[in-house]
Design a binder for this molecule. Structure first.
Ligand SMILES: Cc1ncc(COP(=O)(O)OP(=O)(O)O)c(N)n1
Ligand SMILES: Cc1nc(C(=O)O)sc1CCOP(=O)(O)O
Ligand SMILES: [Mg+2]
Length: 208
């Protein structure tokens, strides 16, 4: 049997006050495979301080701590890996720098980019956006046939991202997504992030 689909949590783009406590409670609320720190446009020092505060919270719970965009900082600060987009520098260099750590690569809606990422040694490929999202101005739209195709031909896990919620995730799970990456479904959940993690886990389990 295939490994079950799991939740991949990404931080809000700007961290609110008291975020460390919110994060600990969210990670204690249910299964979370990875936490990605994604602070767009924050100065390097602020990212560094956030890694130092949040990495121990994730790692103490066996949640892989992934840094967005910056392979050098990820290596320097003891992160479990890095997530790189197509404009985020040298993927092959990051693979060498972070040997033994997790390297995830954004592949948008592209089979070609996914094949290249796989050949280069990525630990996962990410496809998206699957749904409209207010978290970022997503320029690409992916569909479930991409997840079905990738699951058929590749051993490397795939992540689905973009506008995913407990209400709309079932087709992605059934199409073979190994991970569902979310921001808003957890941090903007009307009943708070603990309820968001519980709702996502319940929806993933129900879809499987
Ligand atoms: C798991 C995951 N998938 C995709 C992305 C998007 O990465 P990128 O295209 O580099 O865009 P930014 O996140 O840097 O705005 C991601 N971060 N995580
Ligand atoms: C960071 C990111 N990358 C995307 C892509 O399509 O590559 S969509 C996205 C935003 C994910 O946030 P939410 O779960 O709130 O939609
Ligand atoms: Mg990026």
């Amino acid at each position: 049997m295939d490994d079950p689909c799991r939740l991949y949590l990404i931080t809000p783009p700007v961290l609110p006050g008291g975020f460390a406590d919110q994060l600990a409670a969210a990670l204690d609320a249910g299964d979370v495979a990875c936490l990605q720190l994604r602070l767009k446009d924050a100065p390097r020092d602020a990212v560094k301080r956030a890694v130092e505060a949040l990495r121990p919270i994730a790692q103490a719970r066996d949640v892989a701590f992934i840094l967005n965009d910056d392979a050098i900082l990820a290596a320097e600060l003891g992160c479990d890996g890095v997530h790189l987009g197509q404009q985020d520098g040298d993927h092959a260099g990051a693979r060498m720098l972070l040997s033994g750590k997790i390297l995830g690569i954004t592949c948008h809606d592209s089979r070609h980019l996914a094949m290249l990422a796989g050949e280069m040694g990525a630990d996962y490929v990410a496809f998206g956006a699957f749904f409209p999202t207010s978290t970022k101005d997503a320029k690409f739209r992916a569909t479930t046939d991409l997840l079905e195709w990738w699951s058929e031909i590749a051993e490397i896990p795939c992540v689905a991202i973009g506008g995913i919620t407990a209400e709309n995730c079932a087709p992605l799970v059934r199409a073979g997504a190994d991970f569902l990456a979310v921001v808003g479904a957890v941090w903007n959940h009307p009943d708070g992030p603990v309820a968001g993690v519980r709702a996502m886990n319940a929806a993933i389990a129900a879809a499987a």
